[in-house]
Design a protein. Structure first.
Ligand code: HEM
Length: 424
């Protein structure tokens, strides 16, 4: 059967990605919010617009900035093309993140989907890394200093930090070698890797018989075409039109040409790394850049291996109680994170209060405990007073971590000014 009203080639391509029949529950919009599909569409848009941008872009310190200005001012539709690529890239970070929340909170990462969660974590890393390598390419003040800050942060990793930062930059400062390195990652290796991993990701979704549906939901199968295909084409059209309109109205940022001698005040990392920059304002870098990220990543990787007695695959928050406890955890983390940030900013001076104790302990371990002890007490309260089950506790911990990162990102991006002072 061929659908009328839209090109046959697109229908055929979409049909190849799907089975002939799909569960009627699986294609309801609020099952996935179309997030995985929108992310896939954004990847395709980025690929196409990126290929076109390559015709205009000059990957050298001398030529990069001028080539972007030339593209924006003198090439027909050049500005829209650049904006479309920029905003699609930013949106992909947001949509992929929301997709992670969707699969996590709808219990869609267990049993046969465990592997896809792990592939997904690598894809998320690649999405962010792709965005970050693209960030440098315009070679303006924003790009240069954001990448300088981020690569400097790498050097805080114990033992290998300096060598790693030098390897990423191709020297001890951001230079033409860094630009070339980022250019090749951004336009070559990363898109290739992502295309490969996304193919595996889609194949694993098919292998798990599509997206999760709840056990008790009626299992009525319907034809993929037109039931799912029409929804996908409709969503894709809305996303494309909205992105085009936005790209016509809002320009991607471009400051003056990079000047390694003058750093803007404040110098900020790209917004998705602002959580780290905020964290580093409070805690010892060994903890901020190494201990905490390693602990959190290990927890994320480990989650699907945990055995739960009452797991309701496909059910949002696992149960009504799970939903209530997740909201409670969100509020708790919101309050605790803001309280710890304000305390550390305005009251604590651990380094000077304990001059004889190594800074790794005073500004590292002690500060971590300031957050960790109330969080552990809260989880204990959920378990003993609210009769939280193991799955509820895992969701609570995940929520606390994600909320803390979002709060730090917002505070770092919007509430810090000159000298990175709060409310400046
Ligand atoms: C560019 C990035 C990504 C694309 C294009 C993508 C695409 C998709 C699509 C199309 C689906 C099926 C429909 C849906 O759930 O919306 C899916 C499912 C899934 N994705 Fe992703 N994904 C991406 C990133 C991620 C990340 C970062 C994770 C986790 C860390 C992840 C984990 C999963 C899992 C576990 C499923 C199975 C869900 C289920 O069966 O209900 N994905 N993905």
């Amino acid at each position: 059967m061929t659908a009328k009203g839209h090109p046959k080639a697109i229908t055929r391509l979409l049909l190849h990605l799907h089975p002939k029949k799909v569960n009627v529950q699986a294609i309801k919009f609020n099952r996935t919010f179309g997030l995985g599909g929108i992310a896939a569409l954004l990847f395709v848009l980025l690929f196409i617009s990126g290929m076109l941008l390559r015709f205009a872009y000059v990957p050298s310190v001398k030529g990069a900035y001028d080539s972007i200005v030339d593209l924006q001012e003198n090439i027909l539709f050049g500005s829209i093309l650049r904006n479309l690529h920029y905003w699609s890239g930013m949106l992909l970070v947001v949509v992929s993140f929301l997709h992670v929340l969707r699969v996590f909170y709808s219990q869609s990462i267990y049993h046969e989907r465990r592997k896809n969660w792990l592939y997904g974590l690598i894809i998320m890393f690649l999405v962010v890394f792709s965005n970050f390598t693209g960030y440098l390419l315009p070679w303006d003040q924003l790009a240069f200093w954001a990448v300088t800050i981020m690569t400097n942060m790498l050097s805080y990793i114990p033992f290998i930090g300096d060598a790693l930062a030098d390897m990423v930059r191709g020297g001890n400062e951001v230079s033409e070698t860094t630009l070339l390195r980022f250019y090749h990652f951004h336009t070559g290796l990363l898109p290739l890797l992502m295309a490969f991993l996304l193919s595996v990701h889609f194949w694993l979704v098919r292998k798990s018989k599509g997206v999760t549906v709840q056990k008790m939901e009626e299992k009525q199968m319907v034809d993929t075409n037109p039931n799912l295909i029409y929804k996908e084409i409709f969503t894709a059209l809305i996303v494309i039109v909205a992105l085009l309109l936005f790209s016509m109205l809002v320009n991607a940022p471009l400051l003056e040409k990079a000047n390694p001698l003058i750093s803007p005040n404040p110098s900020k990392a790209p917004w998705y790394f602002m959580g780290f920059q905020e964290l580093l304002l409070h805690i010892h870098p060994g903890f901020g850049i190494f201990v905490i990220p390693v602990l959190v990543t290990t927890f994320f990787i480990y989650i699907p291996n945990i055995k739960y007695p009452n797991l309701n695959v496909g059910q949002w928050f696992n149960s009504e109680k799970g939903k209530k406890l997740t909201i409670l955890s969100l509020i708790f983390s919101l309050v605790l994170t803001i309280a710890v940030i304000l305390t550390s900013e305005f009251f604590l001076d651990l380094r000077n209060w304990m001059p004889n104790i190594p800074v790794l302990i005073s500004t590292g371990l002690l500060l971590l405990l300031l957050y960790f002890i109330p969080a552990a007490a809260f989880l204990f309260y959920l378990k003993s007073n609210q009769k939280a089950e193991k799955i509820d506790l895992v969701m609570a911990l995940f929520t606390i971590i994600i909320t803390a990162y979002i709060v730090m990102t917002i505070i770092g991006s919007l509430f810090r000014g000159e000298g990175m002072h709060l409310f400046a």
